[in-house]
Design a binder for this molecule. Sequence first.
Ligand code: HEC
Length: 428
Amino acid sequence: MEAHLLEWLNLSVRWVHMITGVAWIGASFYFVWLENNLNRVNPKTGLAGDLWAIHGGGIYHLEKYKLAPPTMPDNLHWFKWEAYFTWMSGVALLCLVFYLNPTLYLLAPGSSLSGTEGVLLGIGSLFAGWFIYSFLCDSALGKRPALLGFILFVLLIGAAYGFSKVFSGRGAYLHVGAIIGTIMVGNVFRIIMPAQRALVAAIAENRTPDPALPAKGLLRSRHNNYFTLPVLFIMISNHFPSTYGSQYNWLILAGIAVLAVLVRHYFNTRHDSHRFAWTLPVAAVGMISLAYVTGPAPINTPNVAKAPAQVEYQPLPETAVGGGAKPAEAAPTQPAQAANAGPTFDKVHSVIQERCAVCHSAKPTSPLFSAAPAGVMFDTPEQIRQNAPRIQAQAITTQIMPLGNITQMTQQERDLIGAWINQGAQTN
Ligand code: HEC
């Protein structure tokens, strides 16, 4: 029951996160587009420019003031709650998905951190990220945007690398995303909103507004704009095990982030020049290259087929699935009982029953799940056969499954299943 309630809580919070995130990023894209496409030729007095647009069956005429209208309107729309709710729901999701059960989702199997340490590192990194970022922007680097951007990039990839040593692939990726998201919402909360409030107050009191604040707000909102595409990738990355599940997941993230920023740059500049049109084919070739280098490595079949005696089979300790046991407390290794044959389905079947089916079953015996995770079930040979490519992606090419290696699957067992899949995944 508890697992079921958690699933619906997760669903609700994730849905809110997505809706508010769409609203936030949508508004951000729209205003950047608006700014870039203003008609600035012969504007009316007091205007920076105007723009005509048609949408949803109506024609709109928008005007941007150089500073402010002669009198402030009664109803001025602000954009901030999208950002705040995206961040708050995001932190709630971090707690629900990663922090509630850190050994399963957050930590790498065999991580040097305890669950509590992992959670503290995760939360601490969000705040540390914001303070370091903000400090750098306010330092002399703030006047050298390209260098600042480069240093921020190196620091974020450094964080990804560090996380990848102690967190699961998903945990590492999501925390880089959460750091960037926190920086983005920090920019709204601490810089952009105060600058806008100061502007409005100055106009109301007939003072000349301090130009330094809007300039700072502009730099930060530009950063936010470049951050969006990498963050969006990270938020969907959980579906792509060949990215976060790779040993070089931090490098793959760096590659994708560079491509995303290049593409964003083209879209930010194309209104007045197509000088950066080359970024589009480069991004396409970049994605193809990444697909190539992350491809599954050939599996060392002979090793398993010719030397089955190496296949060690460790029965699952009773306590392991409850989340209590540490891998080090595993039952002593039993001598291999493997016969001389190659990877027959029988052996594959029992490995999967032992290591996977506690969760992946119509009736999971693991208390953590009330239904088969991701709808993937290994109750029948046919289900195992049909899911062979997904098993390969999750447990062989990458070692994402079993989650947190909570059922203590061995490398030999992975090789065994890999060999079976390589030889056509026959069930007889
Ligand atoms: C502790 C429970 C648990 C164990 C044990 C476990 N899994 Fe999973 N598995 C999950 C969860 C949870 C998900 C859903 C992950 C997500 O949030 O996307 C999942 C998802 C999957 C998916 C679907 C991924 C996708 O998006 O296509 C596959 C395939 C999979 N597991 C295979 C395995 C294999 C193979 C094993 C055994 C070697 C295994 N799992 C062991 C919990 C488990």
